[in-house]
Design a binder for this molecule. Structure first.
Ligand code: NAP
Length: 291
């Protein structure tokens, strides 16, 4: 593959996605706010640039995978940001989970400079990112989507093109709102089993055999019982997604009492200092403390 792709943001997801692209022969120029996180990528053949603008200058299109709306905006609008170099013939693809308003702001700014914009948040976590098994929820400029398909095919098992900018962001928030609510119901189930004298592991065995079982419970249940919350999907990001999904509900007059309660539990967990741990640590806030 000849074309050089830019990659901004080498956190849990960005690192896994960019390593996967390198493994599949893509040429990458990467940047991360804490530059030391670029070292490992450099060892695997990536070029490193010192600013987002320098990445965009070099590459036909640039992918970003950043924590939240404020990070996504900062990387585009701040000094040495994407906007300084984006121009006609270049594309910018933001794969971060943000709200539709943030994405639209970025889209308008990129478009005003003649560039093409695509939002492409992903469903799936660290392991699917490493294995190229993400689900990509793209929206924006169709020709950029088509141009990026070879990279999407490596990063994901399926890509959806959802039309206008905002639809990808909204779809992602709906999915993560459901996930956050499910994690809370699961946590309450673990507490209830434990406190009422049942073995939580037996609960997992029972759940797995029935219709209520799902890959997330199967994956997270055993580590939650072991109190292993090493971050795969940081809790602070799950709470950000609940907050943004609730705002979307507000905008559309959709009552979401279950999601609102789940958001409170994630907020409580953040207040307990669990924000940087995996989102499954919310079970501690719900009261699951197996001995
Ligand atoms: P992460 O490990 O916390 O990484 C966040 C990245 O954003 C880091 O590269 C960080 O740079 C950068 N960043 C934060 N604030 C910044 C700022 N103001 N300016 C520039 N860069 C900034 O998060 P992650 O788990 O990779 O998640 C990234 C995005 O994907 C989030 O939107 C998340 O909701 C979404 N997502 C995550 C998962 C998952 O399972 N982890 C799954 C699907 C979607 P530093 O290294 O300098 O801090």
């Amino acid at each position: 593959m000849e074309e050089e792709i830019g990659f901004l943001g080498l956190g849990i997801m960005g690192k896994a996605m960019s390593m996967n692209l390198l493994r599949h022969g893509f040429k990458l120029t990467v940047w991360n706010r804490s530059l030391s996180k670029c070292d490992e990528l450099r060892e695997h053949g990536a070029s490193v640039a010192e600013t987002p603008a320098a990445v965009v200058k070099k590459c036909k299109y640039t992918i970003a995978m950043l924590s939240d709306p404020s990070a996504a905006l900062s990387v585009v609008f701040d000094k040495d940001g994407v906007l300084e170099q984006i121009c006609s013939g270049k594309g910018y693809i933001d794969m971060s989970t943000v709200d539709a308003d943030t994405s639209t702001k970025i889209s308008e700014a990129i478009t005003s400079k003649g560039g093409h914009f695509l939002e492409a948040p992903v469903s799936g976590s660290k392991k699917p990112a490493e294995d190229g098994q993400l689900i990509i929820l793209a929206a924006g400029v169709k020709s950029l989507y088509e141009e990026a398909l070879p990279a999407f095919d490596v990063m994901g098992k399926k890509s959806f093109f959802l039309g206008e900018v905002g639809n990808g962001a909204r779809m992602k928030l709906v999915v993560n709102m459901i996930m956050g609510s499910m994690m809370n119901a699961f946590s309450e189930g673990l507490v209830l089993a434990d406190k009422s004298g049942l073995d939580p592991q037996t609960l997992l065995n029972v759940l797995e055999l029935g219709a209520v079982g799902n890959p997330m419970f199967k994956l997270k249940g055993p580590t939650m019982i072991q109190k292993n919350y090493s971050p795969v999907f940081p809790l602070k990001h799950q709470q950000k997604d609940m907050r943004l999904a609730l705002a979307l509900g507000d905008e559309n007059a959709v009552s979401m009492p279950v999601a609102a309660a789940a958001n409170e539990a994630f907020k409580k967990a953040r207040g307990m200092g669990l924000g940087d741990l995996d989102f499954s640590a919310v079970c501690e806030a719900v009261g699951f403390r197996p001995s």
